[in-house]
Design a protein around this ligand. Sequence first.
Ligand code: AMP
Length: 553
Amino acid sequence: MRATMQNVPLTLTALLDGIDGTFGDSEVLTYAGANAVVQAATFSEIATRAAQLANGLAGFGIEAGDRVATFMWNNQRHLEAYLAVPCSGAILHTLNIRLTPEQLGHIASHAGDKIIIVDASLLDTLLPALPLMPELAALVIAGDPTDAQLAEVSRLVPNVIAYEQLVNSQPTTFAWPVLDEHSAAAMCYTSGTTGDPKGVVYSHRSVYLHALAVCTANVAGISSGDRVLPIVPMFHVNAWGVPYASLMAGAALVLPDRYLKPDTLVDMIITYGVTLSAGVPTVFNDMLQWLRRNPGHRIGSLRRVLCGGAAVPASLVAAYRDEFAVPLVQAWGMTETSPIVTIADVPADVTTTDQQRKLNSAGRFLFGAKGRIVDEAGTVLPRDGRSVGEVQVSGPWITGGYHGGVDAESFSIDPDGQPWLHTGDIGHISADGYLTLTDRAKDVIKSGGEWISSVHLETTLVGHPDVVEAAVVGVPDTRWDERPLALVTLRPGSAVRVEDLKAWLAERVQRWWLPERWAVVGAIARTGVGKYDKKLIRQRYQSGEIPVTLLPR
Ligand code: AMP
């Protein structure tokens, strides 16, 4: 028997309907620096400008299925592209502004980008990559470039136009097409720390369902009463779906543009009464250090912070809870998974120890997403909180392949048809469903045949009052094959010695996990999306660039 329900596709065009029918008055504020006037617009104004942008892009020959890239901060115009591009049937390709020119050239060519919309403040970063993008038909510049920049880009790209000129010259309505929910809406490349970046192509349906999941109370519980500050970049997995979820819920958005320093973020939170934010642990760690140095700032309007993209130290969660009454909730996911798959939300009726265990895990699988742990032979391991293996995931917002069919070995399909992504993350799942990640497969430390969790060592080390950041990598060892090397940055003025850190760690982890190799450094190398660049750290160690202190075992 067939259902009697209407067959309405799950496409992002529904966001425009929602704005039109319900949330037109909700606001988007783009920060412009402390004491500067914010750029403010209602959802209705943004929808109108999105229609104008869609008309403008069509004028450049953009058709359904074409790729339109952005090279932008989190700001209003970027949000306009978030609506205009997918809803017109084209594909929004958010380029990561922190990649090298070579990577950008490779990605834009691989994706087949026809147009890039770029913030004028990022033109100098994009310029060296433009000669590597021969197919690019047009560059749309948001903001005011200098004459020299204009002359340079005009030499490299056939058409260059100002964003406002493109938008303002267009009709204010667009005939939004009825789209297939399985058609591509957006794409994003992995950060490519191992090998070439790989393209993930999100469908309208996957973005829609993921944003709905973000709106649910177990994840972010976004409502029209919220003021949402996505610190995670809109070029990184669609800012974890937070902008789309906010549009869906009619929640006000506060967009930080390029003002990502702790003082300006705190200013935004306080001035606009931000209730919900999302970002990587580094951002919130930097903010914590700043708040401690500058007491008296009240960030209590925050009712929830989604934190993920890298392991979130228990000490960071505790500091926000105890010093500011702000709940930092850990989430796990990846570019391939839209990204949110698990969330460490904790049921109310648990004991304190149980609560700690749950809060410090990557959390439980969201409704709609499935996960399992598999060993090297492909056997599914029990959920017993001990059996460690690769995390595999399945669900409607998890990719079933990469653009161009590369790296097919990262995917499998069970005999019953269930598809699985092999994440390359290593961890275990407890009997009550909490996922704990111990490492990336490429970062595991195998010492004497046994695994040492670099993630556990790192999150424990930053719990030391003098340690600001800690990264642990495996380095070759003649006796044990591999041993951990710990890199730390210390609080200014700290007199703590690595011997003290080792002794402190000895009280908290297994003895054989304790690193013998230590380095106190000024800064720890990071990737384009702000994670520890362990590949680079290992290379620097090999070439003797890291000043290592060797402690006795
Ligand atoms: P990306 O595709 O750049 O978002 O990176 C995804 C990777 O970040 C995952 O495969 C994990 O290795 C790591 N990651 C994300 N969230 C967490 C988390 N909560 N704890 C530990 N690692 C994480």
